[in-house]
Design a protein around this ligand. Structure first.
Ligand SMILES: Cc1cc2nc3c(=O)[nH]c(=O)nc-3n(C[C@H](O)[C@H](O)[C@H](O)COP(=O)(O)O)c2cc1C
Length: 168
């Protein structure tokens, strides 16, 4: 009989390294409330559902902006272009004035959206789920922009990558 150790614990660095073998794109989640703008770099973005149109991303409970993000009525998820490593780094650095050198506009949902972006999804909150030391945000897409053929920025094993081309 197989036994499963539900209390298995892993060295956090080893677990992070193993999970980092899953190649992803990079997105910046942006929102605004009465205190101002907020934005966070994420690679935990995923498509969820086509009907209704749902996406998700995970936010660490340690994030300074988490309590505010949980209350906003709209946010955007902006998929970064290959040329936007600087944007990824800026929105991954706590304490930075993340919007100082960032071009953005107010989208139809009222959420700020990054310009340019490989694609942008403006969402209203659909659900927040417990995800251990993260909160899983599920958003319902209310507007989207996806134009242009420029390449996306990729993240793999803790480093930025570019798309080498389509597999045969
Ligand atoms: C490539 C990359 C991907 C990231 N992905 C996530 C993520 O999915 N979830 C998360 O909570 N933090 C992620 N981070 C870290 C956050 O961007 C960073 O902790 C955050 O910007 C700090 O925001 P704060 O000022 O609200 O604390 C990522 C960082 C990088 C560089």
């Amino acid at each position: 009989m197989t036994t499963v150790d539900l209390d298995a614990r892993f060295d956090p660095r080893e677990l992070r390294n193993a999970l980092g073998r899953f190649a992803t794109g990079i997105a910046v989640v942006m929102a605004r409330d009465s205190e101002g703008l907020m934005g966070v770099t994420v690679n935990s973005f995923s498509a969820v559902s086509l009907d209704p149109p749902l996406i998700l991303f995970c936010m660490a409970r340690s994030l300074k902006s988490l309590p505010r993000l949980e209350k906003v009525t709209a946010y955007s998820v902006n998929i970064l272009l290959e040329s936007q490593q600087d944007v990824s780094n800026r929105f991954a650095t706590a304490g930075e004035d993340k919007f100082a050198a960032t071009q953005w506009e107010s989208g139809p949902s009222g959420a700020p959206r990054l310009i340019p972006a490989h694609a942008s999804f403006e969402c209203v909150p659909y659900a927040h789920y417990d995800g251990g030391d993260h909160v899983i945000f599920v958003g319902r897409v209310v507007h989207m922009h996806a134009e242009g053929e420029d390449a996306p920025l990729l993240y793999y094993r803790g480093r930025y990558h570019t798309l080498a081309g389509r597999a045969e």
